[in-house]
Design a protein around this ligand. Structure first.
Ligand SMILES: O=P(O)(O)O[C@H]1[C@H](OP(=O)(O)O)[C@@H](OP(=O)(O)O)[C@H](O)[C@@H](O)[C@H]1OP(=O)(O)O
Length: 436
């Protein structure tokens, strides 16, 4: 595990959004995948002891979903039959073999297993009193996952990482599938009816597809390929971008497909993906973030319980590892008011949103992780929060390890309210016409 061979990185890799590599947000890992800067994960002060950790982690690098394999196949067919020109990259594209198949359908790839194995090893180094061999053997670390294959395979890879880290062979691993926690979005009727099934919920994304910015991208790519603009749809531009990102994330290759796109094309396509995330999982509709209340409540319940047990001298659980999706993490982060820009992201304000904080390339690459660590300190309980292994400050709090009580007060409305039934149930009479 010493050094990763440094791949040739596409110049646009930092725009890949939810299809981005974890190393893009933590580039030092390219030199040493197990490197942990101990000073950055130290307790708030020397009189603090870690009590419990809750980690909500996105699955690792995966294949494209069936929907996107189909889009990639359409792009490949068009380019191989109609593109012309003498550029060497075009020749490389034309000799490229389509190897994605529909049955890959978002499954975890080997790089995705490594994402989780290595993350497990780094977390065990960062928080050795919470993630230890003894705690694992004593069943004090709980593993929960979404039922989706890529998540189940990720949690197994995480456990395997710990196994390798401590060089143990005889452990019996357990994990629990809990979709009501990790796929709360499927269980929230109001979200399903008003966003997931509602064609107008993502109208900003649809409108952006026919924006001047997207038009310019289509014109540039179609002219590079010498294909009539009218044949080169917005979906094809997106498929080229995805193809570049998948070839890189899965195979560490800077594919010739990346040569179709320049920096400004990538910014436009990144924005298109951020629009989808914003309106489907972020601040776009209130129910997106509120659907994550069951998970939010569960996290605080675990922290409360750990503190009670610690005080009564019995250590029952030291860590909870929960594996889910971008759709799990983003609503939760939004519920907690992270990455909220003053103005909403819309089809019209691409250039205004140039410096937006809601940038999924930075927030939820593959294996993105949100880690809550509770400490017992001489002046009371304190909480630290890490996103992608970087210490965060809670919105509107200027302490990086505030008192747990202060955090609870800060989120008191959500903690005492935001009930699943109230937020998510839709009266039968409204089912056909749910208001957003
Ligand atoms: O555009 P695709 O088909 O890849 O969308 C996926 C989601 O991927 P994302 O938009 O986050 O890049 C996928 O989320 P993941 O965290 O599990 O990768 C989601 O589970 C899946 O349902 C797809 O969403 P969609 O409803 O088809 O847009």
């Amino acid at each position: 595990f010493s050094k990763l061979a440094r791949p040739t990185v596409p110049a646009i890799a930092h725009h890949f959004g939810t299809k981005g590599r974890y190393e893009e947000v933590n580039p030092h890992l390219l030199d040493h995948i197990l490197f942990v800067n101990k000073s950055l994960v130290a307790p708030p002060s020397s009189d603090c002891r870690a009590i419990h950790m809750v980690s909500v982690i996105r699955h690792g690098t995966r294949y494209p979903t069936t929907k996107n394999v189909k889009k990639i196949a359409r792009l490949f067919d068009l380019v191989s039959s109609h593109a012309s020109g003498s550029a060497s990259w075009l020749n490389d594209i034309k000799t490229w073999k389509m190897w994605y198949t529909e049955d890959m359908d978002g499954r975890l790839v080997e790089k995705g297993r490594d994402d989780h194995r290595h993350l497990a090893m780094r977390l065990a180094q960062s928080f050795p009193t919470l993630i230890s061999e003894d705690h694992l053997r004593a069943n004090r670390i709980e593993f929960i996952t979404s039922s989706k294959h890529r998540c189940v395979d990720s949690v197994k890879a995480f456990q395997e990482g710990l196994h390798r880290f401590w060089d143990v062979e005889d452990m019996d691993y357990k994990h629990y599938v809990d979709d009501s926690l990790m796929r709360f979005f499927d269980h929230c009727e109001r979200f399903v009816e008003s966003v997931e099934k509602n064609k107008t919920a993502l109208k900003e994304v649809e409108r952006f597809k026919s924006s001047a910015e997207m038009d310019a991208v289509r014109r540039k790519i179609s002219s590079r390929l010498q294909i009539p603009y009218s044949q080169f749809t917005p979906d094809m531009a997106e498929a080229a971008f995805f193809l570049c990102s998948y070839e890189f994330a899965i195979k560490s290759e800077n594919s010739p497909w990346c040569d179709l796109l320049d920096e400004s094309d990538a910014q436009v396509l990144e924005y298109k993906n951020d629009l989808k995330q914003y309106w489907k999982r972020g601040y776009g509709h209130d129910i997106n973030r509120k659907s994550s209340c069951p998970l939010f409540h569960d996290i605080f319940k675990r922290l409360d319980k750990a503190a009670d047990h610690y005080r009564s001298g019995e250590v029952k659980k030291t860590a909870t590892i929960q594996v889910g999706h971008g759709e799990t993490l983003l609503p939760l982060l939004s519920l907690m008011s992270f990455y909220k820009d003053k103005k909403p992201l819309t089809a019209e304000n691409f250039s205004l949103q140039h410096s937006r904080t809601f940038r999924t390339s930075q927030i939820i690459p593959y294996a993105a992780n949100l880690v809550f660590v509770l400490y017992e300190c001489s002046d009371g309980l304190r909480l630290q929060l890490f996103l992608n292994e970087k210490l965060m400050t809670f919105p509107n709090m200027n302490h990086s390890a505030p008192l747990y009580e202060t955090v609870r007060k800060h989120y008191s409305k959500l903690l005492s309210g935001c009930e699943f039934n109230k937020e998510c149930n839709v009266p039968q009479s409204n089912l056909r016409n749910t208001e957003l």
